[in-house]
Write a protein that binds this ligand. Structure first.
Ligand code: ATP
Length: 271
């Protein structure tokens, strides 16, 4: 059965007007498939693994809900502290992520402060951390260095993102990552983002995530021309009632956990 589906728009996702204005300035008229699936789940506070190819819009899929949560928290927060930590495996990726998030939060003025620990010299990093920014982007090694030097604490951490998780251990970060985990507070939301689900991703998942939703955006490999239009989102979760509730809410599927989404008109087919 193929059924036309009304897609969820950015303005239907309970995102702040300031974020919607920034999205509009970026020229994004509608969410990508992975954003449409991930943003509502993340705004609900679920732990999520996002597996999607390069260029599918993964950064905004985790960054938009993360920025929204910071705006929500700041309405009542008494003290300024680090709410979100994004770990990325390289300096270049940390820089890219900071720039992208700054664009997404541009209309929030100075309300949300984002720093990238990979760029500055040590003194500048310490100074930036002493001001308790809302979002810290870092490699695992750099954040561990500062945690061990007591230059920051993660007691208010609400969201932890591990971007390019398949590469997180690749630069010899495995040891650092395991030590870093000891500094995490007891409760936080975790997001793991990866182009592939490797053994490393499975290992990190077991360390930092609790009953995560797994969103996989896949395209068929060798297929007839018409099927090239189709992408597949597979949603997995251990807790069946929760997954059915979330999927119905997302209007993705009714009852099945694999759908093919036509990336042009976004009609979907259950399998
Ligand atoms: N909803 C959207 N509409 C149009 N363009 C978008 C949208 N979301 C993101 N983009 C743009 O798509 C490009 C790819 O996005 P992004 O870098 O987040 O992809 P990615 O999946 O994280 O890829 P990578 O694995 O390379 O990091 C960026 O230039 C970004 O600005």
């Amino acid at each position: 059965m193929t059924e036309r589906r009304k897609m969820l728009q950015f303005h239907e996702m309970e995102l702040d007007d300031r974020i919607l204005k920034a999205i509009s300035k970026l020229g994004w008229t509608e969410p990508t498939l992975i954003q449409e699936a991930a943003i509502p789940l993340l705004l609900e506070g679920k732990d999520v693994i996002v597996k999607a190819r390069t260029g599918s819009g993964k950064t905004a899929a985790f960054a938009l809900p993360l920025l929204q949560k910071i705006l929500n928290t700041k309405m009542n927060a008494a003290e300024q502290c680090i709410s979100a930590l994004i770990l990325a495996p390289s300096k270049e990726l940390c820089q890219q992520t900071r720039v992208a998030m700054q664009q997404m939060s541009e209309k929030c003025g100075k309300v949300i402060r984002i720093i990238d620990l990979s760029s500055n010299d040590l003194l500048a990093q310490r100074h930036a951390l002493s001001e308790r920014p809302d979002v810290v982007v870092s490699t695992p090694a750099k954040i561990l260095f500062h945690l061990q030097a007591s230059a920051l604490d993660l007691k208010c951490l609400e969201t932890l993102v591990v971007d390019e998780a398949d590469l997180a251990f690749s630069f010899g970060f495995e040891k650092e990552f395991k030590k870093f985990v000891e500094y995490l507070p007891p409760i936080y939301q975790a997001v793991l983002v990866s182009a592939t689900i490797t053994q490393e991703v499975v290992d990190i998942k077991s360390i930092i995530l609790k009953n995560p939703f797994i969103l996989k955006l896949e395209e068929p490999e060798l297929v007839p021309e018409q099927q090239l239009l189709h992408q597949r989102i597979i949603v997995e979760e251990d807790d069946k009632p929760a997954i059915l509730y979330a999927l119905l809410k997302l209007r993705l599927i009714r009852g099945k956990n694999v759908i093919f989404v036509n990336s042009v008109d976004r009609s979907y087919k259950q399998v």
